[in-house]
Design a protein around this ligand. Structure first.
Ligand code: NAD
Length: 286
């Protein structure tokens, strides 16, 4: 049965490395990284994500700045806050929590974040650079970066391998496919295609879509999906599962990430890592 890729433990180790690096920076140049978060509206899930990110910042010594705006605020107000954070030397990373309310133009807002402070890697210029050979983006989006880091830290060689990414959202699937240098294709027989892959990354949002029969024996499986399913035995009435049927796939794969405890904690660790990298770049700290 497959080796479990423990994202929780891996993320903890990365957070410790980041904390040590931040103390070194503070001692040497008296600067700590700062992360600004802009949250618009009152979605419960967004509030939870923002709280978790801020707690993680505190844990490693990153200062967090927060702006909360009501659902009905104007796009201009959001743009004004972004502009202030762009100019604020104590802020090295700016995160606009998505999704934004429907009346706002997401592209215009993401475009306004300085690419030097775009720690989510969602600015069109950073995404564009990710797609081009030889033009390094300043930041890589946190979830796909976390997937790659999990593969790297578990000794999974990527070069020469065939990889399949299921799902093509702008924030996970598409950048993950760019990081793997594969051609994205839409296909009628995902099962057959997936079975050819040595590495499978799934970011779809459908519980148990990927069955054991989709997995090539010995493949490495990274499951990004976080999907609630009814569970009367759980106190909340539901539990979270991935896109991959874990019980089946873990019998076939050589290594697999669990949900929860796989990619999720890595996403936050990569956010901290991007914020630290940004502060180091801005202050030319090696
Ligand atoms: P999304 O809805 O924006 O994108 C889903 C993609 O899957 C789309 O490209 C869609 O075309 C494709 N898709 C849908 N049904 C499909 C099917 N049956 N077969 C093949 N492709 C299909 O979602 P997203 O934001 O990319 O998130 C995907 C999942 O990952 C969700 O469960 C989300 O909660 C989770 N997620 C986890 C993290 C993390 O940190 N672990 C971060 C972001 C998203």
């Amino acid at each position: 049965s497959a080796k479990v890729i423990d994202g929780k433990a891996c993320a903890k180790k990365i957070r410790e490395e980041i904390a040590a690096e931040i103390s070194r920076m503070k001692e040497a140049i008296g600067v700590v990284p700062g992360l600004a978060v802009i949250l618009v509206g009152s979605r419960k899930d967004s509030q939870t994500y923002v709280r978790n990110k801020q707690k993680a910042c505190e844990g490693v010594g990153i200062t967090s700045h927060e702006v909360r705006l009501p659902e009905d605020c104007s796009e201009e107000e959001v743009l004004n806050h972004i502009s202030c954070f762009n100019d604020d030397p104590s802020v090295h990373g700016i995160l606009v929590q998505l999704p934004l309310p429907r009346h706002m133009n997401e592209e215009r807002i993401l475009n306004a974040v300085s690419i030097e402070k775009d720690i989510d890697g969602f600015h069109p210029l950073n995404i564009g650079r990710l797609a081009m050979q030889g033009r390094e983006p300043l930041f890589v989006p946190c979830t796909p970066k976390g997937c790659m880091e999990l593969l790297h830290r578990h000794g999974v060689e990527i070069s020469g391998k065939r990889a399949v990414v299921i799902g093509r959202s702008n924030i996970v699937g598409m950048p993950a496919s760019l990081l793997l240098h594969i051609v994205h294709s839409y296909t009628r027989n995902p099962e057959e295609i997936t079975r050819e892959a040595d590495i499978v990354i799934s970011a779809v949002g459908v519980a148990n879509l990927v069955r054991g029969s989709w997995i090539k024996p010995g493949a490495v499986v990274i499951d990004v999906g976080i999907n609630p399913v009814d569970d009367p035995e759980s106190p909340r009435g539901y539990r979270l599962v991935g896109d991959v049927c874990y019980e089946e796939a873990s019998q076939v794969a050589s290594a697999i990430t669990p949900v929860p405890g796989g990619v999720g904690p890595m996403t936050i660790a990569m956010l901290l890592s991007n914020t630290l990298d940004s502060a180091k770049r801005i202050h030319r700290f090696k």
